[in-house]
Write a protein that binds this ligand. Structure first.
Ligand SMILES: Nc1ncnc2c1ncn2[C@@H]1O[C@H](COP(=O)(O)OP(=O)(O)O)[C@@H](O)[C@H]1O
Ligand SMILES: [Mg+2]
Length: 355
């Protein structure tokens, strides 16, 4: 898929913007504070109905304005669509081809993105929650059922935790919720295992390409149920941990505590990897959903914020060569990037111009 045009009103620092990106790589360069990251965030918001970091939606509305309006014309498989999103002080509304949608998650079916932010360098060293969120988002974009299942799981988990905290909880109610938790968890776990196995292969290929030399990359996933029948193992686990769960007042383990890590040449990246290795691997990981989308027309739009800044020349060139294979990418930088093939835009005070 690709974006033909983008239109913003009162989004972040943008009072009004009309932007026509090209196919292939779009380099957006300009000084700090010019609006580069905000532009990527606008594209991201149109694909997911929300900003980058789970901030309040009102943070996206330009200071002093009543609401923000975002619109993109996109093309996918020869079909054109118009996606729009209105963020108001008391809620948001989305529309596709002028028709209001009830679920903003419908947007992602029309505009899918992969995103790298400078803060992703800390992904491997950081909290498991961030890695899980990335995994869940990636799977959810490809499999809407997964997202629905995950939401249902989250609700049951919350109810179960509430009961575990209660003074004198109804044992039968806990047992019922435990059954539900396990029933909902089983297909989610199966999906995660399948997806992670594919992602591991994609990650290995992209990382090898970016490093430009043979390095051994392993993605190690830690599932809640390592082996055996999910239902049986999980129910057994919850039976045995009921006392400790009640003591803690929460469900100590499960699908919601899973994690993964990456080994580079057999060593844990989070513990032993250099900053540069972490950066390159984070880029590779964030790009790994791209090859997993099989249909050429559904390939995600690639958003890379300030990705070149800390890379040496050799790795810059590797990354540029990789980007050249992608349908449409947006990449930001403070300066022009020599040798980059693509369309260049200069941005200043939230205004965009050519070159
Ligand atoms: N809701 C908002 N209303 C107006 N300006 C905003 C809003 N949110 C962020 N900004 C402004 O956007 C600027 C940062 O833009 P950003 O895209 O992050 O710059 P950069 O080009 O460095 O990536 C800041 O100057 C900030 O004040
Ligand atoms: Mg920025």
């Amino acid at each position: 898929m690709k974006i033909l045009s983008l239109r913003l009103r009162d989004f972040r620092g943008y009072e009004a913007l009309e932007f026509r990106p090209g196919e292939g790589t779009n380099l957006i360069h300009g000084k700090n504070g010019a609006g580069k990251t905000n532009l990527l965030e606008a594209v991201y918001a149109l694909s997911l109905g929300q900003g980058f970091r789970g901030e309040e939606d009102t943070a996206l509305i330009r200071y002093g304005a009543k609401g923000a309006y975002l619109e993109a014309r996109i093309e996918e498989g020869g079909h054109r669509h118009r996606l729009s999103l209105y963020l108001g002080k008391d809620g948001k509304k989305g529309a596709i081809d002028g028709k209001a949608i009830t679920r903003l998650s419908d947007l992602r079916g029309y505009l899918n993105t992969v995103l790298f932010l400078p803060s992703d360098v800390a992904l491997f060293k950081g909290s498991p929650a961030a890695r899980r969120a990335f995994l869940d988002l990636s799977i959810g974009k490809q499999y809407p059922d997964y997202l629905r299942g995950l939401n249902a799981y989250g609700k049951v988990l919350k109810d179960r935790n509430a009961l575990l905290k209660a003074e004198d909880p109804d044992e039968l109610a806990i047992a019922t919720l435990t059954e539900e938790l396990v029933a909902l968890g089983e297909p989610l776990e199966r999906r995660r295992k399948e997806y992670v196995a594919e992602m591991a292969i994609a990650l290995g290929k992209i990382a090898a390409y970016l490093y430009g030399e043979k390095r051994k990359v392993a993605l190690i996933y830690h599932p809640f149920v390592e082996e055996g029948d999910y239902r049986e193992v999980a129910l057994n686990y919850y039976r045995n941990s009921l006392a400790s769960d009640r003591e803690k007042g929460m469900t100590g383990d499960g699908l919601h505590r899973e994690d993964f890590r990456v080994l580079l040449d057999g060593k844990d990246l989070a513990t032993y990897g250099s900053q540069g290795e972490n950066r390159l691997m984070a880029i590779a990981l964030k790009l790994s959903p791209y090859p997993l989308v099989n249909e050429e027309e559904k390939k995600p739009v690639v958003l890379l914020d300030d990705v070149m800044a800390e890379l040496d020349d050799r790795h810059r060139h590797r990354l540029m060569a990789l980007l050249a294979k992608m349908k449409q990418a947006f990449i930001t930088a403070t300066n022009d990037i020599v040798g980059l093939t693509g369309t260049r835009f200069h941005i200043e005070n939230h205004q965009i111009g050519g070159k």
